[in-house]
Every structure is written in C-alpha cells, then in structure tokens.
Ligand binder design. Sequence first.
Ligand code: FPP
Length: 247
Amino acid sequence: MTLLDKFKKMPSIDVNRLPVHIAIIPDGNGRWATRRGMPRSAGHREGANTMKRIVRLANEIGIKYITFYAFSTENWKRPESEVNYLMSLLKEFLQNADRELAGSNIKLQVIGDLSRLSDELQEEIHRVTENTSGNTGLNLIFALNYGGRDELIQAIRKIVKDAREGRINPEDIDEKTVSERLYTGGVPDPELLIRTSGELRLSNFLLWQTAYTEFWYTKKLWPDFSKKDFLEAIRVYQQRNRRFGGI
Ligand code: FPP
C-alpha cells in the first residue's frame, strides 16, 4: 500500500506544498475527561496518545517542525496534583522515547524556561535531546514552562547585555537580532497554528513567531482530534491566500 492509498479517504493535501512548521495548542483534555465522568488526568493521558499519533503522521508525510504547547508558564496555577500528573506523563514519554522515537528519525527539542522543572526531568530532557540530535526527520518541539512574553523578556535581556558589552550596536538591531535570541532561534516561524476545543486565543504561545501564521481551529477536544482533522487543517491552509501584508 502506498502512502497515497493509505490516505485515500482522507482530505487531499499537496505534499509538495506542506507547511514547514505547524504549531499546536492541544486544548480540551480536562473537559474531555469531565464529560465522561473521569478524572482530568485521564484526559491528559488520552491527550498524550493523540499527540503521539499526530507526531507519527506528521513525520510520515514530511512535516519538518511541529511545536506543542505542552505546559505554559501559567499552568503552574493548576492544582498541584494535576501539575504533577502532567510532569509524570512527560517523564514517561521521555523514558520511553528511545522506543517511541526509535527508527523514526525524529529529533526532540524543547523551548521554555526549563530551570523550574525537576532535576530529574531536566536530565531526561537533556538525555533525549542529545540522543536524537543527529536525527534528520521531524523536529518535535515541546514548549515546557513556556510563555511568549517570558521568551521576549529573555531575548531583550540578552540584547541589552550584548549592546552594553559592545557586541551589537543598538542601531543595527533588526528582526533577526530578536529571532535568533528567542528559544526558537534557528527554527522557522510556523505557517499554521492549530487549536482545539473551540477557543480562539493565542494564550501567550509563540507571540513573535506567529505574526503571519494562518490560524485553524476546531471545536473538537484534543483527545478526539484525529489524523483526518490534522490533514483537513493542512488542506484548508493550502487553500488560503497568504499575502504577508502585500496584495
Ligand atoms: C490542555 O487541556 C492541555 C494541556 C494543559 C497540556 C497538554 C498535554 C498533553 C497534550 C499531554 C502530555 C504532554 C506530553 C508532552 C507527554 P486542558 O487541561 O486545558 O483542558 P480543559 O481546557 O478542558 O481544562
């Protein structure tokens, strides 16, 4: 069976015009579980499974970068038990990463302020990013303890320091000066942003990087998000007319 046969009943996309980078806000895990009378943690577990399915598909069709908003700087406000559960899911994913990512040529990267994560988690992240650093397939990026404003503040601090120490001239500061000092330095801006569960907010995700990003949303909750939905988002993206402020 060829790749095309496999996607026959799926929304048809042009594999030669794929977005290079897709950003995803996987929202609605909690509601998915609550509606089923289950604890919120069950929604997060199901959400992690959805994430794995979408990552495999993205890698298979040739997407180069996918960034998941896995844990925001605001998510610490959740009950401690829920924060701990999310951290344990992440740890589980990383511990199984050799198996999950083996043979897939996927490279794991993380963005965000990792210093607030446990030492154990930081070590696991370091281990998996090192082990997969030579891979040339999909770049899977987890945003962890990530906030767009926080990222800009870090970048501004670096720029001020570089200027003060004479490495850059304030007059020469341009978009590149900022871009390369963000957590995403070296990563192309996302062309497409997907958000589930019907919310129409950016929620402090990739503020600088989404200046010209096409936004696609669905009312479906993240655990219900399917491969078909992912391909549909790409199909719609491919029909949009991106003008970048031109005509
Ligand atoms: C949103 O649902 C989801 C999150 C806060 C976390 C995203 C986590 C995953 C997709 C799974 C685990 C991640 C990794 C990296 C293995 P919500 O809790 O905001 O749902 P609600 O809006 O219905 O309450």
